[in-house]
Design a protein around this ligand. Structure first.
Ligand code: NAD
Length: 481
């Protein structure tokens, strides 16, 4: 018998949504049966259907943003930007589909032609994270549907209401119900879905822990596409700038936007020793001014709560562990509302720590490392198994060239926050941040596969060499017998 999944608002603890966990077998069967029909539709039909989806989202934008804000705890202004990203995804994906997977026809002699066309994989699972519960899965769902796949979308168990609403909006725009299925459930449901024989691939956004488990699970299935978008332990390097104030703003945005719950948030501030004191003081002061409050509060907060008490407990505990291992506190991470997962920004200097943990601390926690040389800064930036985003603040064009050439990450920015990434560009990381299948503009690459065809309108063939002539074998005439 299926169980119930319940979603609560992090800011208040109020129940927001409940629903039955899905029957994975039945859902996969439905999606499998549907994809060929969807794929047989002209591309223009699928694109138009998804454009109607945009109209539906725009018509319900405020309610949708309100739901995202309630379910994730992120400020309403930020939830509104997420809804905008959902809308923008369709046109970007239509362009990406035609640029990344264009059909080509190469004319040959005598009516012969070679063609390259793309076909969908079939039934694809999309597993989403909680931090962008609409925008990130949508970034896989839209290109997958455009290419002609059917999709089994399992939102995070922490944000099922947003997932359910997203699927409703697609259905109300005319995406057939069998073509896009909502899968309700937690990690066990995700595991069962990933292991299902009826699946042709899986597009994942989430933690490295889950991504590695999926990679292992898919190791014996090279016939299936697997795209992994995972976390990071992202560095922001501040070097030689007189504009300490702006540098501090960029650091604070990088570290604390979305309460530190973006995969691209800076986790490590690496700063030149000579400018460490004024910069750290500015970052400390500014981060102390950030408003941490309910998503709908006035004045608008910069940060809401993190997703739940378990996450908040884990982060405060990590802060204490860093402290007890030699970290020097710059700003304490506190829990201002008893019983709810609000956190104030925590900043800790870990320069003197002999061994720093290379893990993603997914919340408002910034570690500071002071270094003497630019080479040491780059070495420190690369001192991680992840490789999602990295930024240099300050420096010269020459230093940025050096940083760009040596920093190992899929997003490398200069004088911009670590979390500034355009959805019209590919988005992904190296190391434990992904499996070389970048998303955003390049998602089209793994939603369809190319088929090379050699074609002729009429049957035309000849064997030019190596044939006996019509009279039979020539062995006698050539004197062999
Ligand atoms: P998560 O890995 O816990 O969960 C992601 C999804 O996988 C959920 O739907 C979950 O139910 C499912 N899942 C969990 N265990 C599973 C298993 N063993 N088998 C199959 N499915 C399983 O991630 P999260 O905590 O929801 O999201 C936060 C993480 O996502 C952070 O690490 C963050 O960096 C990462 N993230 C990455 C990107 C990116 O684009 N690179 C973007 C956003 C978030």
């Amino acid at each position: 018998m299926s169980e119930e999944l319940v979603s609560h608002e992090p800011a208040t603890g109020a129940e927001l949504w409940r629903g039955r966990t899905s029957d994975v077998d039945a859902e996969v069967a439905a999606a499998r049966a549907a994809w060929l029909g969807w794929a047989a539709r002209p591309f223009a039909y699928r694109a138009e259907t998804l454009r109607r989806f945009v109209d539906r989202v725009k018509a319900e934008a405020e309610g949708f943003a309100d739901l995202i804000a309630r379910e994730t705890g992120k400020p309403l202004w930020e939830a509104r930007t997420e809804v905008e990203s959902v809308c923008n995804k369709v046109d970007i994906s239509v362009t990406a589909y035609s640029e990344r997977t264009p059909n080509r026809r190469i004319e040959g002699a005598m009516g012969l032609r070679n063609a390259v066309r793309h076909k969908p994989h079939g039934a694809l699972a999309v597993l989403g994270p909680y931090n962008f519960p609409a925008h990130l899965p949508n970034g896989h769902i839209v290109p997958a549907l455009l290419a002609g796949n059917s999709v089994l979308f399992k939102p995070s168990e922490k944000t099922p209401a947003t997932g359910a609403k997203l699927v409703d909006l697609f259905h109300s725009a005319g995406v057939p119900e069998e073509v896009l299925r909502l899968i309700v459930g937690g990690p066990d449901t995700g595991k069962a879905l990933a292991a299902h024989d009826g699946l042709d691939g899986l597009l994942f956004t989430g933690s490295a822990r889950t991504g590695i488990a999926l990679n292992r699970q898919f190791a014996a299935r090279p016939d299936r596409i697997l795209a992994l978008e995972m976390g990071g332990n992202n560095p922001i390097v501040v070097w030689d700038t007189a504009d300490i104030r702006t540098a501090a703003i960029l650091v604070v945005q990088s570290a604390f936007l979305s309460a530190g719950q973006r995969c691209t948030n800076a986790r490590r501030l690496i700063v030149k020793q000579a400018m460490a004191e004024p910069l750290i003081e500015e970052v400390r002061t500014l981060s102390g001014r950030l408003i941490v409050d309910h998503p709908h509060a006035e004045p608008a907060p910069y940060m809401g709560p993190v997703i739940d008490n378990e996450a908040a407990d884990g982060l405060t505990e990590s802060f204490l562990i860093l402290m007890s291992n030699g970290g020097q506190v710059i700003r304490h991470m506190t829990r201002p509302v008893e019983g709810r997962p609000f956190l104030t920004p925590g900043i800790i200097d870990v320069t003197a720590m002999p061994e720093r943990p290379d893990i993603e601390l997914f919340g408002p926690l910034l570690q500071v490392v002071r270094v003497e040389s630019f080479e040491a800064a780059i070495a420190e930036a690369n001192n991680t198994a992840f490789g999602l985003s990295a930024a240099l603040i300050g420096g010269t064009p020459q230093l940025y060239d050096q940083f760009w050439a040596n920093a190992r990450a899929g997003v490398i920015n200069w004088n911009r926050p670590t979390n500034g990434a355009s959805s019209a560009a590919p988005f992904g990381g190296i190391g434990l941040s992904g499996n070389h299948r970048p998303s955003a503009f390049y998602a089209a690459d793994y939603c369809a596969y190319p088929v090379a065809s050699s074609e002729s309108d009429a049957l035309r063939a000849s064997i030019g060499v190596g044939l006996h002539d019509d009279e039979g074998p020539k062995l006698v005439r050539k004197g062999f017998i």
